[in-house]
Ligand binder design. Structure first.
Ligand SMILES: Nc1ncnc2c1ncn2[C@@H]1O[C@H](COP(=O)(O)OP(=O)(O)OP(=O)(O)O)[C@@H](O)[C@H]1O
Length: 285
């Protein structure tokens, strides 16, 4: 039995005759934070959705996705235990993350759905112990004071913190975050990334996060999977990626994967500049 957190074999996904993912194979054994990087349209969200078991791949022989050793889908079909896989994963998405009309506390309590008899959740009757746990999770993310407030009244950054509290309440074994900081101001973005880092380190929950901002990926993530036009361009330690590779990743014309840094630096201008909120230089050793 392998120790891989994530195993992907021959994953392809076609939308309307366009291949969004092209026979991707990946092994992630790192239990830290893994960033999915790449230009817009490179397939980051599509890959994350496949890992989450929310989308099924093309029906192709040999396709398999395992998360935490559990089969999520194979050859275009969800595994029989996919519900269990989903229940073990916490999701933090840029939008449509929480139920806006419900209170912050109720949204966090929804994280306990998997362990609560249905009638209780339907009638809002959570146990005192569950309420205590939910308040504890809200304290952990600094949102306890907002417990009774409707989610619709919160800022984007506050909503992401509530989503993280819900993952804690859910006792998620892994967290999938799809562009969790895309629409946040820099301070809120830092708060959300710091929280994910803290939870990863203290609770030991692996995090897989799609990011546009290279500098956030380099600062907070130990492992990178970079996609380009639906293929894996780079996979490995964040500290090992070169500035040239990052430049190549975001350039318009398609060079070979892992273009030598010297070539990329010589001729290719990065398209990534808008995504880099600080200097890449200096963060790369
Ligand atoms: N439901 C869908 N129907 C049709 N095409 C889709 C669908 N979802 C994704 N695509 C296409 O698949 C490709 C990859 O999209 P995806 O959203 O995964 O990219 P991304 O790297 O996450 O991009 P971004 O950074 O802009 O969010 C794109 O060409 C996109 O238009």
């Amino acid at each position: 039995m392998s120790n891989n957190i994530i195993e992907v074999r021959r994953l392809s996904k076609t939308f309307d005759n366009k291949k969004a993912l092209k026979e991707i194979s990946l092994d992630i054994s790192h239990g830290g934070i893994t960033a999915l990087l790449g230009p817009s349209g490179s397939g980051k969200s599509t890959l994350l959705r496949h890992l989450s078991g929310l989308v099924c791949s093309d029906r192709q022989e040999g396709t398999e996705i395992r998360v935490l050793g559990q089969l999520v889908q194979s050859e275009g079909r969800a595994a029989s235990q996919v519900r269990g896989c989903r229940a073990r994963a916490g999701y933090i998405f840029q939008q449509f993350n929480l139920v806006n009309r419900l209170s912050v506390l109720t949204n966090v309590l929804i994280g306990a759905l998997g362990s609560t008899a249905r009638w209780r959740t339907l009638t809002g009757r959570f146990t005192p112990e569950q309420r205590r746990q939910a308040m504890q999770a809200l304290e952990r993310v600094g949102m306890a004071a907002f417990a009774e407030q409707r989610v619709s009244t919160l800022s984007g950054g506050q909503q992401q913190r509530v989503a993280i509290a819900r993952s804690l309440m859910q006792q998620a074994h892994i967290i999938f975050a799809d562009e969790p900081i895309a629409s946040l101001d820099p301070e809120s973005a830092r708060t959300v990334m710091e929280l994910l880092k803290d939870i990863n380190e203290r609770e030991g929950i692996p995090v897989v996060v799609t990011l546009h901002q290279v500098d956030y990926a380099l600062k907070y993530c130990q492992h990178l999977v970079a996609l380009r036009e639906g293929e894996v361009f780079y996979q490995g330690a964040a500290e090992a990626i070169t500035e040239g590779e990052l430049a190549s990743l975001y350039t318009q014309s398609r060079p070979d994967s892992r273009v030598p840094a010297s070539d990329a630096a010589a001729g290719v201008r990065p398209r990534s500049t808008p995504f880099v909120t600080g200097s890449i230089q200096g963060q790369l050793s």
